[in-house]
Design a binder for this molecule. Structure first.
Ligand code: HEM
Length: 545
């Protein structure tokens, strides 16, 4: 009996268990589906932050991404004025970000909370795919021991005291701009586009610094490959171009074009990085290596830096300068070439003549010190007006930040709208949207004393631009030499676009690429220019050539 009754008892208890279990399983499944749906459509890494207004109109899954369109800086600048809030929060897909717009707020958060804002966010496309072989550049590294070591090494190489080591390089590279402009503009008969000459200037400077290697030809194959790959990678770093960074579902779409493109660019970049480093190693072996960062680290047995870190440092410097300097200097020349800009050229020329007894002295001194106030004013105005990295580089909090009464939690993305801060009428006055170097000058031909930060184009605080001193010197010495050689006049058929937003042809890229334009270069004094070029040719002839 007992044996017979057993299956009955078992089936009864099975039915009871099933009755009990099925609703639980159904509830769990419902919970799972709802929570996954909620996570996918609405949730963000950081919950809504109390005390900081959120821009209305976020849509499921994408948040504000679609509303931000291609030009995040201009849309955020508009939201600031529309909602009268300089600091607000937005949803970039599944990532919450705090955006800071006004000059004072940006300065305050970066300087008063330096340590809390020392981190950078990791992004799927750039960090996960492109940087998987050579490590992250410094500008994209989260704050860790390796980033600290790399930043320290670049701090030494790019600090103010180190600039004197690069005088021969500044001299040679700025001479090469003038040499080739002179050859190609044919005494003002041929209108030219100045950007290729300035691209070579910027790239050669960092290549010499990193690898002791330079290229003399503006259209050198390796030079163009580095510029092409670097620009294409810059596009893959921007939020607007990479929705998959913030909407993870998009990563799983079949035939993911972004991933394919990223891998292709990574392979091309790895190839030239290996080529450059191998060249340095060969030169060290042969005893023919030139002083440079890579050789110094490779020869230093005590160095704690690995090959990947050496590559990462060099990559940081090469990518740090090759678009920012051409973007700023090319656009500045565009502004100087206009009718109003020609007045600034004359003021700069007069100021140079006031400071030096002759132009040859100005040419020889320009790479050693920045002593002509009006040229410094042009450099500052070009940096401010053409904010080439409009949304700066993203930051991430490492600890809670109390800002304007709100508590921004650790691990929150913070975006500084440098373009908005640099054109803030409350700070720069009602003519903030006009290119005007005079704003940096006193009436007595001296520079206005700065109360801390002049503009936001180099960032500020613990992760500010490591290359700002070298960048300023490069802009200054090129301008001194160009302004003393030529009157720059805009082409009538291909004039520059001097709007502080629209000058940039690719709003989605991390660094602006100015629209093409041409200028006429009319020699101020042809005989004197020939002499200056001949002297420079002799002076620079044995440096790295
Ligand atoms: C006009 C020229 C330049 C501009 C406008 C510029 C702008 C910037 C900006 C906005 C940042 C981020 C700052 C922040 O987060 O607060 C940055 C970082 C950086 N820049 Fe520049 N830069 C320029 C030239 C250079 C040059 C010539 C180099 C190297 C030779 C360089 C190397 C770096 C590095 C290594 C970082 C990363 C710093 C870090 O994350 O710790 N930059 N730059």
């Amino acid at each position: 009996m007992e044996i017979k009754s057993l299956p009955l008892a078992t089936s009864v208890s099975n039915i009871e268990i099933q009755d009990f279990l099925y609703p639980i399983i159904a509830l769990a499944a419902l919970y799972l589906v709802t929570s996954t749906l909620y996570e996918t459509l609405f949730a963000t890494d950081i919950p809504k932050i109390k005390g900081i207004p959120q821009i209305p109109g976020a849509v499921p899954m994408f948040g504000h991404l679609l509303k931000l369109g291609e030009d995040h800086a201009s849309v955020c600048e508009k939201w600031w004025r529309q909602y009268k809030q300089s600091v607000f929060q937005i949803k970039l897909g599944n990532t919450r970000a705090v955006v800071v717009n006004s000059f004072e707020d940006a300065k305050q958060i970066l300087l008063a909370h330096q340590n809390a804002l020392i981190d950078r966010p990791k992004l799927y496309t750039f960090h996960g795919v492109i940087s998987s072989t050579q490590g992250f550049t410094i500008g994209s590294s989260p704050w860790d021991e390796s980033c600290k070591n790399k930043r320290k090494a670049t701090g030494v190489a790019l600090g103010r005291p180190a600039l004197r080591n690069y005088y021969p390089m500044f001299d040679l590279e700025s001479y090469c701009i003038l040499r080739d402009l002179h050859r190609d503009s044919q005494g003002g008969m041929v209108e030219i586009s100045v950007r290729p000459y300035i691209q070579r200037y910027a790239l050669n400077t960092t290549l010499t610094l990193c690898y002791g290697i330079r290229m003399d030809n503006v259209y050198d194959e390796l030079l163009r490959e580095i510029l092409y790959v670097g620009s294409a990678i810059s596009l893959l770093r921007s939020a607007s171009e990479n929705l998959q960074d913030y909407v993870p579902l998009l990563r799983y779409l079949p035939n993911n074009e972004k991933n394919r493109r990223s891998k292709e660019l990574r392979e091309r970049r790895d190839k030239y990085l290996a080529h450059l480093l191998d060249k340095v190693k060969e030169n060290i072996k042969a005893g023919t290596d030139k002083p440079c960062i890579a050789a110094a680290i490779l020869k230093d047995d005590e160095s704690k830096l690995s090959n990947v870190e050496v590559n990462s440092i060099c990559l940081s410097l090469v990518s740090g300068g090759f678009e920012t300097i051409p973007g700023t200097l090319t656009s500045c020349i565009g502004s100087l070439s206009t009718k109003e800009g020609q007045i600034f050229q004359e003021k700069a020329y007069d100021d140079i003549c006031r400071h030096y007894p002759n132009i040859a002295d100005a040419w020889e001194d320009c790479y050693k010190q920045e002593s002509v106030p009006y040229v410094n004013a042009i450099v500052k105005e070009a940096g401010r007006f053409y904010t080439v990295s409009a949304m700066s580089l993203p930051r991430k909090t490492v600890s809670e930040v109390t800002f304007k009464g709100a508590k921004i939690p650790a691990k929150t993305m913070v975006l500084i709208n440098a373009q908005a801060a640099n054109h803030d009428v409350d700070h720069f006055g009602s003519d903030a949207s006009i290119f005007n170097p005079d704003r940096w000058m006193e009436d007595d031909h001296t520079e206005k004393k700065l109360n801390g930060l002049g503009h936001h184009s180099f960032g500020a605080g613990a992760r500010a631009c490591s290359g700002q001193y070298i960048a300023q010197r490069l802009l200054y010495s090129a301008l001194i030499r160009i302004i003393t050689s030529y009157k720059i006049v805009a082409s009538e058929t291909e004039p520059p676009n001097t709007d502080y937003v629209d000058y940039n042809q690719f709003k989605t890229a991390l660094v602006a690429i100015p629209r093409d334009f041409k200028v006429k270069l009319i020699p101020r004094n042809p005989e004197q220019l020939d002499e200056l070029l001949a002297e420079s040719e002799v002076r620079t002839s044995d440096f790295y050539r």
